[in-house]
Design a protein around this ligand. Sequence first.
Ligand code: HEM
Length: 421
Amino acid sequence: MECSFNPMSIEHHQRRFDFYPELLKSYPVYYSSAAGGWVVSRYADVNQVLTQHDNYSSSPQQGQGFGFATGVDDNATPEDMRRMQTLLSALPFRMEELANANMLVSEDPPRHTAMRRVFSAAFRPGTIASLEMSIRAIVAPCIEKMSSAQEFDLLDGLATQVPLQTIVTMLGADVGRVPEFKMWADELITAAGGAERHTEAAEERYGRALIEICQYFKPLIDERRANPGDDLISLVLKGQDSDARVTDFEVVLFVILLFLAGSETTTNLIANTVYQLLQDERQLQQVVDNPSLIPNAIEETLRFRSPVQQIFRKTTCDTELGGQTLPKDALIILMLGATGFDESIWSNPDQYDVTREPRRNLGFGSGAHACLGMNLGRLEARAALEAVIPELPNWKLAQPDNPMIDSFIVWGYQKLPLVRR
Ligand code: HEM
């Protein structure tokens, strides 16, 4: 019998944590005809897929995970093709460059290895550590506003601001345009995984956002090539080598990846941690009394309510996984968020526990594509939480139910209003 959980349904997404125990126990690897793919939930199986790069390709990540497929989709109708053609012809890049472009996250070795080397230039440990002061300078005014307020939206007021302003600063882009960057990121996320996914309306909004992103970043790339600085785009351009040959459009796709994979995720990591702490006074009191537990709380959120709940792969050959035979070219949906509840790895997984001995969770993925920004994400979350946690005993959630982000990939809230106790 087929498991009823459809990982591509917004309705099931809202209840996904109720489904996970059944998935882990009875359906660790199953075919979902509604989703058109194999759903994998146990830690060992997910980790195996993430690390066996010969058997599993990342190619579906661009289309499924980020809603952007430049290549020809086997299921595309003539109408889909026409819309894609119209969109691509509006972008300030040559058609050939557009058709061959890939996001880092959807490349496979050996090109992924060469491309990642180029993009890693901006994420060296020393570069990330040197950002700590500027991240804390972004956090401080947010907390000041919170301290003098009676009501405070943790998302608008803090969790969105920290990663978004950090990435805009790293890119050397215009900080004054942060609201626009946020709007573009939201459009891309809901078009990729929201209720209106694949509808004409969503694709039109997606197309508009993509055109605006290209119109903003293409001249910026040209300018940085002419006058390099020490910003992220200049570092990437300087890091170009003959193996990688990253095109300008791929640099723009990388910027998009940073806004989605880098900014929205960290926003949700911060907000989901605050949400969990406000749900349980004992847990909150422990981190207030002992702030050295904050890194543990961050890891516990990555296990318990990870911002990225699922990612995608494709089989490159017939293969075996968890006792099932998977055919070549099958879509694989990896339930990163379910691996945190695998009892063979964690005891009492249903308990959010800031004192839990941290073990390697899969919230940042694993293998060659393991999150490039994990040190930055952890640093931003730590800076934001160290500042906000001492305030939290004076606050409570304004309402029990908070609107979720319209995406079955991401676990996070659109708003998280707090009121003083
Ligand atoms: C803090 C919360 C974050 C979470 C939960 C998260 C999660 C992930 C996951 C699960 C992947 C693996 C995707 C795959 O295997 O297909 C990934 C990759 C990636 N992440 Fe993050 N991420 C976070 C923060 C960041 C930040 C702050 C940045 C940079 C500003 C970033 C940049 C990237 C990039 C560039 C990749 C692609 C790496 C590759 O394909 O080689 N992430 N992230």
